[in-house]
Write a protein that binds this ligand. Structure first.
Ligand SMILES: NC(=O)c1ccc[n+]([C@@H]2O[C@H](COP(=O)([O-])OP(=O)(O)OC[C@H]3O[C@@H](n4cnc5c(N)ncnc54)[C@H](OP(=O)(O)O)[C@@H]3O)[C@@H](O)[C@H]2O)c1
Length: 328
């Protein structure tokens, strides 16, 4: 079994190494999965560098989601050899094989693009929950977001479209406008200090009550300034490396609220039935191709350094994934 492993926190390129480990013998009720695809998410990079909200005991294998094929089972009928399943969340997925309980494995709907399925469990629910649980929106309402070309941003554009909401999408690179418009974005804007005026012009002065922020720092401030009185900014990432902030004008004179969202906390406090409904509904949309995100490239585990370097670069065309057992 091959895996990416880290034994100390630090720069991902310095602490991640590729190791060979002996295959563990299966215990009763367990399944061995061959990992087919697993993405590198920003949270994985933050975990490697010791900056994430929860950190593993070291040494550890990074990676939180993906898809795999059952290649062996012991004393169980809960999974069958050949089944394609979602990897259980948070199991250290950047490896060639993974041993997990067979009970509770969730099959990938037949016909789903496996790279898209591998990215199903973190970013799509993040976009979906932020659209549903902070501000009650009606069809025709506007939603403002930055990092709109990110994985989460692209899912949010598609989910908003399905719900009949209109999206104002802030990006760092003007050339993304055509691509995001083709995905369903209503308006694409670059992240500059006149954002408030350009939002007003694009919406004809409509009240924008929800902004979704993956960047932090001044970018959060610009979103807050562009909202209508009483609006809410939901901060869920800090791609700029800076904490979110509001202007005094927004917080005092316009009563703008800054909230945070972390999927880990949502999963801790949300009943299992509601989680299953959310993941099931999103898995169907991914299987249909209604929800999808762009892929920059796929890498073997032996190419871990190149994959990590690419995932840390700005200006990517999409997500970076490991495909540890060959192309999918
Ligand atoms: N809170 C939660 O539960 C939760 C769950 C999922 C994801 N997240 C967070 O959501 C964010 C997006 O994740 P993802 O997987 O969708 O990302 P992704 O697909 O890897 O895309 C990264 C995005 O960040 C932008 N970016 C990179 N560096 C930046 C900088 N210095 N300033 C401004 N923008 C920058 C990129 O813009 P360019 O293309 O122009 O480089 C791109 O839009 C991350 O912060 C992640 O940690 C949070």
């Amino acid at each position: 079994m091959k895996a990416v492993r880290f034994s100390s926190f630090g720069h991902p390129l310095k602490v991640a190494e590729v190791v060979e480990e002996p295959d563990a013998a299966l215990e009763s009720g367990q399944a061995r999965l061959e990992v087919l695809a697993s993405p590198i998410n920003p949270s994985d990079l933050l975990t490697l560098s010791g900056q994430y909200g929860s950190l593993p005991k070291l040494p550890a294998v990074p990676g939180n989601e993906g898809v795999g094929r059952v290649v062996e089972v012991k004393d169980t009928t809960a999974a069958r050899v050949g089944d394609i399943v979602f990897l259980p969340l948070g199991t250290g997925t950047w490896r060639s094989h993974l041993v997990v309980p067979a009970e509770g494995l969730v099959p990938v709907p037949p016909g789903t693009d496996l790279k898209q399925a591998a990215m199903m469990f973190i970013n799509p629910p993040t976009a979906d929950i932020m659209l549903r649980e902070f501000v009650t929106l009606q069809p025709g309402d506007w939603v403002l977001q930055n990092a709109a070309n990110s994985g989460v941003g692209r899912y949010l554009i598609s989910l908003a479209k399905l719900a009949g909401y209109k999206t104002l999408n802030v990006v760092r690179r003007e050339e993304l406008a055509a691509e995001l418009t083709a995905l369903g974005a209503d308006v694409v804007l670059t992240d500059t200090d006149d954002l408030k005026e350009r939002v007003r012009a694009a919406t004809g002065g409509a009240k924008v009550r929800l902004a979704i922020d993956a960047v932090g720092g001044d970018s959060t401030r610009r979103l807050g300034d562009a909202l209508a009185t009483g609006g809410t900014v939901v901060n869920y990432g800090v791609m700029s490396g800076k904490g979110p902030k509001l202007s005094a004008e927004a917080s005092i004179f316009k009563d703008i609220t800054l909230r945070g969202f972390w999927l880990v906390l949502w999963m801790k406090r949300t009943p299992r039935e509601k989680q299953a409904e959310t993941f099931g509904r999103l898995a169907k949309l991914v299987a249909q191709g209604t929800l999808r995100t762009a892929v920059e490239g796929t890498f073997s585990l032996d190419e871990a350094r190149e994959a990590l370097a690419r995932a840390m670069e700005g200006g990517r065309s999409g997500k970076v994934l490991f495909t540890p057992n060959g192309p999918v």
